[in-house]
Design a protein around this ligand. Structure first.
Ligand code: GLU
Length: 371
């Protein structure tokens, strides 16, 4: 019997709690079982990308649970020890099926700069073309808090965007998102499908935490939102459930599913959304807000009321409406110093005010994502 598969390129995020089964050590038999499912899908021609947490937990176990202060350098040290051990395990288990793995360690800056984004994408595609399973983690051994993505939920969303994946499967120690915290509310029910991510849902996710990893449901929700906007279906499900990976790829109902928004963003837009930390804000007037949101226009200097922060031409900024609500993000064609001189003025005046002009537009439509 040939099985029907819904998805072709799949990013699977394994949380620490999934790989350890909630214990302080890797749960090797369970990892082998997860690898078996990945290998079967690979055999069926699917492209599997793994986003694996666990470096810090594995490092801790490897060093026999040393008493350490929770400093950045100690975490870096644990990650350095644990990452190679973790990779060794993936390598060993995929070897059972004669499959190769390739390690990619990313940081925020790898998706922040257009050039590095393209480099990372090329590397990922080269691995897939050669039928190698990419195993990705954050480069915890060298990253500091400022340049970190910080949690592997958001990292897996960035990877999905980078890879233009059809499915992001976030495996955790919970069966999905619930209507209340299932640990203390017996009436809590699993939410099978989410179409709108609103404040109520964010609040709901904010209260539930999952065992050992960095993120709880809140970071999973953020990740799901980013990935679905980029055209990727997202499923949050329990990593311990039998055949969870195979079932998810077959499109069976399980966990909480976030269908992709049906207008996938083109790559450049994916990058704006996923990549750069915004460097500043542009507060715009009601007329410009309408032009942007309702009429699909670019942002002109005339509509800008206030420029906040210091940024350069090419940086990403947040565009705020008159009530400071976030309307959009985009790449600016003028830096903040220039904008301070030209905001509110007609585009014809740009050259006279600055002595030069990069065109009439501050954020072009093509470089803009409405939120
Ligand atoms: N990158 C971290 C690790 O490998 C995990 C981060 C997370 O749990 O989200 O230990």
């Amino acid at each position: 019997m040939t099985l029907f598969f819904m998805y072709q390129r799949i990013v699977i995020k394994f949380g620490t709690s999934v790989l350890t089964g909630g214990t302080p050590q890797l749960d090797k038999p369970h990892m082998v079982e997860l690898v078996r499912q990945c290998a079967a899908l690979h055999q069926a021609g699917k492209e599997i990308i793994i986003c694996s947490s666990g470096a810090i937990a594995v490092g801790r176990a490897r060093l026999n649970f040393p008493q350490l202060l929770p400093t950045l350098s100690n975490k870096q040290m644990l990650a350095a020890v644990g990452q190679s051990r973790l990779m060794q395990m993936w390598e060993r288990f995929f070897e059972i099926y004669s499959l190769h793995v390739g390690q990619l360690l990313l940081t925020r800056s790898d998706v922040e700069h257009r050039g590095r984004f393209l480099n990372a994408r090329d590397a990922l595609n080269a691995l897939l073309e050669h039928h190698i399973i990419p195993v990705i983690n954050e480069n915890d051994a060298v990253t500091t808090e400022e340049i970190k993505v910080g949690d592997n939920d958001n990292l897996s969303a960035l990877v999905s965007i980078l890879a233009e994946a059809d499915l992001l499967l976030i495996l955790t120690d919970q069966p999905g998102l619930f209507t209340a915290d299932p640990r203390n509310n017996p009436d809590a029910q699993l939410i099978p499908e989410v179409h709108t991510i609103d404040e109520t849902l964010r609040k709901l996710a904010g209260v539930s935490v999952s065992g050992l990893g960095v993120g709880g449901m809140a970071t999973k929700l953020q990740a799901a939102d980013a990935a679905r906007r980029a055209g990727t279906d997202v499923i949050i499900a329990a990593g311990q459930a039998p055949n969870v990976i195979t079932a998810a790829v077959q499109g069976k109902a399980l966990g909480t599913r976030f269908p992709a928004l049906d207008t996938p963003l083109i790559n450049r837009k994916r990058w704006i959304f996923a990549g750069k930390k915004p460097a500043g804000n542009l507060l715009i007037d009601a007329g410009a807000a309408r032009a942007l949101c309702d009429n699909g226009r670019s942002l002109l200097p005339a509509g800008i009321v206030t420029v906040e922060g210091y940024f350069k031409r090419g940086d990403t900024v947040i565009i705020l409406g008159p009530g400071r609500q976030e309307l959009a993000r985009g790449i600016v064609r003028y830096g903040s110093e220039d904008l301070n001189k030209i905001s509110g003025c007609h585009s014809d005046e740009i050259e006279a005010r600055l002595g030069y002009a990069y065109g009439s537009v501050v954020v072009h439509r093509d470089d803009l994502i409405l939120m």
